[in-house]
Design a protein around this ligand. Sequence first.
Ligand code: HOC
Length: 357
Amino acid sequence: MTMVCLSDFEEYAKQHLSKATWDYYEAGADDCCTRDDNLQAYKRIRLRPRILRDVSLNDTRTSVLGTEISFPVGIAPTAFHCLAWHEGEQATARATEAVNTCYIASTYSTCSVEEIAAAAPNGYRWFQLYLYRDRKLSEQIVRRVEALGYKALVLTVDVPYTGKRRNDIRNQFKLPPHLMVKNFEGMFQEQTSTQEEYGIPANTLDPSISWKDVCWLQSLSRLPIIIKGILTKEDAELAVEHGVQGIIVSNHGGRQLDGVPATIDCLPEIVDAVQGRVEVYMDGGIRTGNDVLKAVALGAKCVFIGRPAVWGLAYKGEEGVREILQILHDEFRLSMALSGCRNVAEINRNLIQFSRL
Ligand code: HOC
């Protein structure tokens, strides 16, 4: 089968994954308005290309937190990669190392942070963190990723509770017995609750987290902190005031609060609010290199893909994730050339036809 675009991988994954696994990855909250709008929003944006600019040698490289990556696309934190491919997150880590981009490993990985680091020793990685009611759990995992050379902590702030994903409830979705959240192996032994969410003890995440916990995290670790899940200029401003190093504009792939705007529609107000004081990234609905171009033009330093990486895993493990990234890279290079951009710095808001938005 010739894979031409990311939706070919989506179709393959749909046909080959178990229904419960497919439903879990595909899920959006409630009516899935936000999940679907994340994709549709790119299609509403029109471009203003420039011509006759010698695009024979266009350069797709950029940087995140001062580290060069091959193009402005990294892998977002998504849970349970072993559901899609037996090597799970280790395969994802190898693929991102091979193409020289950034991988944000999820707390809810089915390989441990140690196994991920060992699989791709030269890979550039951040760690996605939730804060637990038991802060000792959070502290222990921070210490481990620091020691392993992860380069930033990505604090996810949009899950005080898990959004309502109807098919997961219908399927009573949980990890099969041979898989577990490897990062917490043996750590939940003192849990008294018998209730579980996705096979993880329920009520472990702390819904009371607030900005003071960002300060707590800063007192704990010298790693850069990136807040994932900001959708408004007010919160972006607070993030800057609290001294974080980056923001990921994210609505959790539409899996949390349904009815919030597509991330690409939230991006400009956040970029304007922070005025270059911190790097702004985004995830949500990126399916083509053309989408990447639009996000970068609207101010994203880098975008992160979630579900497509899982489809790549389902297709061929490491090779499948590499193919996904290669297709996006080739499409991005082509979109740059066709719009007259010779390097990433030349991609800016002049490319966007605002009268149509
Ligand atoms: C047990 C809590 O990010 C998702 C993941 C995990 C969400 C929290 C699970 O499925 O969106």
